[in-house]
Design a protein around this ligand. Structure first.
Ligand SMILES: [Mn+2]
Length: 468
């Protein structure tokens, strides 16, 4: 049988797994990796096949040694496509490898079987989406995992640019809507925390779009909402959350926000996005919508407990969920401490960049998040770069960069900047236009920072084609 398209790759992968006697899943510790693993592990278990999981921070010469030398089928998810040479070096044969990924594939000598939307132009489908399609192909009953796949896709920023999931990822939403596990709302408020945060807090944290007089100003946000006149508390005095407002109350607030943006000459297009709520989850918990659920999983991953996140994806709402809640609180406390540290210590400003070295005071896994939060409180026009030392390798420095939609519209692309700057000094960088990271030798930090500043200057200088 000749196999030609993406669907054929999905079918071939499902057949391959179903025929395996034993499966080893190797996955990444972020929300997309955790959801991908959970979906596949669940599908494999339901098929009656024994499965073992290995979570790794990244696939490199060190971590590849955790891949067992046995006769199991090794399924690499959310990683592997770009590191096929490592698989070869490890001596993994074509017979024992399957890759389900969404990263650009590296040319390899061995023709490892792969499922990846990228070569077919499906660039907004994360690994969780790929894993879901395989699971669904194994058994239609696995469509109950659609919401988990949506968490992975949203957590991996597949919905950010397009203000909602599109293409194949959007068809997964349809599966969840059909079985009642997902409520999709078109043109809902594009804001984080709509299931758990008081509305004024929610709006004051928003930076995409920046809301004049509201973003970064919790009192301003409260005054704005009081003027709109929607009751912000319930009868018994609890703050209401966005998700529980009536449609006409939501409309009153979004119309006022549109007026506020227009009055300041700001575009309104990013105020609305399609959102995904999970009605079967308890109200006002972080599992209630896709983006907050993804944060829970990222917290598990960043504090080295990805299996706790996986258990939650597979339905645990008991011990493992309480563990995750504790981690999420701890995660937020440390991020607040990091944010305070950045603001109080202050950044050094160059012409197109602001930067700070936080040493070994904070875990490197959260420095990027802190950078993103600090940006809106500092000079938001200049991308921020935070460096930290790595506890397990003092010769390396981890670099995290963040910018905002405004700068991206001006032509800034942090992934391009960090990839180019790293290449000149023997480091490695990657990520997205709005958020990216790199590892560099620690003795070239200063040189690196100046190189990044120069490259940003060039990007800011190019007239933006999409400029309205
Ligand atoms: Mn991913």
């Amino acid at each position: 049988m000749i196999r030609m398209g993406f669907n054929d790759d999905v079918t071939a992968a499902a057949e391959r797994i179903a025929a395996a006697e034993e499966v080893t899943i190797i996955s990444h510790i972020d929300a997309d990796g955790i959801t991908s693993e959970a979906i596949l592990a669940e599908a494999v278990q339901r098929a009656g096949i024994p499965a073992t999981t290995h979570y790794i921070r990244q696939l490199d010469p060190l971590t590849i040694r955790t891949v067992p030398e046995d006769r199991s089928l090794k399924v690499f998810v959310d990683l592997g496509a770009g590191q096929q040479n490592l698989l070869e070096e490890r001596g993994l044969t074509v017979d024992e490898v399957l890759i389900a990924d969404h990263h650009v594939a590296q040319p390899a000598t061995l023709p490892y079987q792969q499922v990846n939307g990228v070569p077919y132009g499906h660039t907004r489908l994360s690994a969780a989406g790929v894993a879901y399609l395989i699971a669904k192909e194994m058994d239609r009953k696995n469509t109950d995992l659609a919401s988990v796949a949506v968490v992975g896709n949203v957590g991996d920023m597949m919905a950010r640019e397009t203000l909602g999931l599109t293409g194949i990822a959007r068809t997964i939403v349809d599966d969840g809507v059909a079985n009642g596990s997902i409520r999709a709302t078109a043109r809902d408020l594009n804001c984080y925390g709509t299931s758990t945060r008081p509305i004024h807090v929610c709006l004051s944290y928003n930076d995409d779009p920046l809301l004049p007089g509201i973003s970064n100003d919790i009192n301003g946000s409260l005054r704005f909402l009081q003027k709109v006149g929607v009751p912000l508390k319930t009868r018994d005095g609890r703050w209401r959350v966005w998700e529980e407002l009536e449609p006409d109350e939501k409309r009153a607030i979004t119309s006022a926000l549109v007026q506020q943006l227009l009055a300041h000459g700001e575009p309104v297009d990013r105020l609305f996005a399609e959102t995904y709520v999970f009605p079967n989850e308890a109200a006002r918990t972080p599992l209630r919508n896709a983006s907050e659920f993804a944060t829970v999983l990222n917290a598990c991953g960043r504090w080295a407990r990805p299996l706790v996140g996986s258990a939650i994806c597979r339905g645990d709402r008991g011990t493992q969920y309480r563990e995750a809640e504790y981690m999420l609180n701890n995660h937020r406390t440390i991020i607040r401490e990091l944010l305070t540290y950045i603001i109080e210590t202050g950044v050094t400003e160059l012409s197109h960049l602001q930067y700070l070295h936080v040493g070994d005071r904070f875990p490197d896994t959260i420095v990027g998040i802190g950078a993103g939060m600090a940006l809106s409180k500092l000079n938001w026009r200049k991308p921020i770069l935070i460096m930290c030392t790595l506890p397990d390798d003092p010769t390396l420095t981890k670099v995290s960069m963040r910018t905002n939609e405004w700068a991206v519209r001006q032509g800034v692309d942090l992934q391009a900047v960090l990839t180019a700057a790293s290449a000149t000094i023997g480091g490695a960088g990657g990520g997205h236009p709005i958020a990216a990271g790199a590892f560099i030798p620690h003795d070239v930090e200063e040189e690196f920072v100046y190189c990044v500043n120069r490259l940003l200057g060039e990007q800011f200088a190019v007239p933006d084609q999409n400029h309205r």
